[in-house]
Design a protein around this ligand. Structure first.
Ligand code: GDP
Ligand code: MG
Length: 449
């Protein structure tokens, strides 16, 4: 993946503290190659590189991040920028049935995706109907009929004389009938699977334009095979110029597609990627999460590391100050204790950090674990320390029974919670003292983890 390549090729940049014009240029050469290898289209790569160059040159020197890490972060942010932060919304028309027009080259996965979409919509409480307007290949219409049967979806089959040749007029007639049929049967969505194209074929493109005019679809989804990488861009552009697509579906993401097509399509059409196809079965389908594809391109482990490093940077001065006290075991006050809590809070809530991780592979289940983190505990402890006088914070020994009562009342907690905190604090300072010289920082990390 990109991040690995960057790490490898940037080895020689290590040790240099800052981003200079020179090492940025060197890095950009590598990024360019890496993006091309990730199947991002050449023109898109050029644009990206320029944006990254501008950002990198304008970046303040951040001491805790190496030049490599700074650039990886900039690239990451830029990719997220292009793809958008959030999952795109799916549009419905106010007048049912909403029509979803499927567009794309032959073999891209339109028919398969039509079935997946139907299934996904049904799960969401909708009543979709399918129709194939591929009048040129009986096998194509039969394929959709099979999909409809296996997913238990309504389908409008219509009538076509098998002995005559068919054209756009039949396509439009079928589409019109299907829309009426959907309305009659109380289906709120009509998914229109269209004829395949081997390339950008004028006749079939005109037909698409007419279908759009006739059906007034709320979604025009461009279906692209993620494995086609570079080529996806040209067809995406052609379809978008003609139809103004509302979104794209990237299929075959279960293969070793690198995800570059997502970036290219988004950059060239401006339309969001809305779904991913991840297999041949009807349920191998999911809404597109921009951050996940960026992880895929960049390498997910590195992003996690990077975040950690960035957070570290935020707190560095104070952490060093704390480490000094922890190392000597002298002068560790409740004031310092409170500061540590604030540092942890600054790293973002544990919840938000855990949720940033992809929900696949080794990270599966993390998001769920995040639900169980009790963030309020941090605030309660901080409130207790806030309710102490300066003198008390500097010298915990003077906090007697009546002071404890006052602090509990002032912080809206109980005497028992105050006692717990003081015990924790005293254990911590004792531990630092015992360790005297070495290991203080490690101990802190153990305590805080
Ligand atoms: P169409 O010509 O655009 O209608 O494409 P099809 O829906 O017929 O799909 C072409 C081939 O790609 C079929 O063999 C599908 O099973 C396969 N296919 C479609 N989507 C996916 C996917 O997400 N993953 C995998 N592995 N195969 C897919
Ligand atoms: Mg098809």
């Amino acid at each position: 993946n990109l991040s690995e390549k960057l790490q490898r090729s940037f080895k020689n940049l290590r040790g240099q503290g800052t981003l200079t014009e020179e090492n940025i240029s060197e890095a950009l050469r590598e990024i360019r190659l890496a993006l091309l290898e990730s199947d991002v289209n050449l023109d898109v790569v050029k644009q990206l590189i320029e944006q990254i160059r501008i950002k990198a040159l304008g970046t303040q020197v951040a001491t805790a991040l190496s030049p490599t890490e700074q650039i990886v972060k900039i690239v990451n942010d830029e990719l997220v920028n292009i793809l958008g932060k959030d999952t795109a919304r799916f549009k419905f028309s106010s007048q049912p049935p909403s029509v979803i027009l499927m567009a794309g080259l032959q073999g891209s996965g339109k028919t398969t995706t039509s079935g997946k979409l139907a299934q996904w919509l049904k799960k969401g409480g909708h009543r979709p109907m399918l129709v194939s307007v591929d009048v040129y290949r009986p096998a194509a219409r039969e394929q959709l009929a099979v999909v409809a049967r296996t997913t238990g979806t309504s389908i409008y089959e219509g009538k076509l004389d098998p002995d005559t040749t068919h054209g756009t007029a039949d396509v439009l007639r079928l589409a019109k009938e299907a829309k009426r049929d959907a309305a009659n049967f109380g289906c709120d969505i009509l998914i229109v699977d269209t004829a395949g194209r081997l390339g950008i074929d004028k006749e079939l493109m005109d037909e698409m334009a007419e279908l759009k005019k006739l059906l007034n679809p709320s979604e025009i989804l461009f279906v692209a095979d993620a494995m086609t990488g570079q080529d996806a861009v040209n067809s995406a552009k052609a379809f978008n110029d003609l139809l103004a697509i509302t979104g794209a579906v990237l299929t075959k993401m279960d293969g070793d597609a690198r995800g570059g097509a997502a970036l290219s399509i988004r950059q060239v059409t401006g339309a969001p990627i809305k779904f991913l196809g991840t297999g041949e079965k009807p349920d191998a389908f999911e809404p597109f999460h921009p951050d996940r594809i960026v992880s895929r391109i960049m390498g997910m482990g590195d992003i996690a590391t990077l975040l950690e490093r960035a957070e570290e940077k935020l707190d560095r001065g104070k952490a060093e100050n704390f480490a000094k006290k922890a190392l000597t075991g002298e002068g560790f006050t409740l004031e310092d204790f409170r500061e540590q809590l604030r540092q942890i809070k600054k790293m973002g809530s544990m919840k938000s950090i855990l949720k940033m991780l992809p929900s696949v592979g080794p990270f599966a289940g993390m998001a769920q674990a995040a639900e169980n983190v009790d963030e309020s505990q941090f605030s309660r402890i901080e409130n207790i320390i806030n309710s102490m006088t300066n003198k008390e914070r500097q010298n915990a020994d003077i906090i007697n029974g009546s002071r404890r009562k006052r602090i509990a009342t002032g912080s809206g907690t109980t005497v028992q919670e105050v006692n717990n905190l003081l015990r924790q604090y005293s254990q911590m300072s004792k531990m630092f003292k015992n360790m005297g010289g070495g290991g203080g920082i490690k101990a802190q990390q153990r305590m805080m983890s």
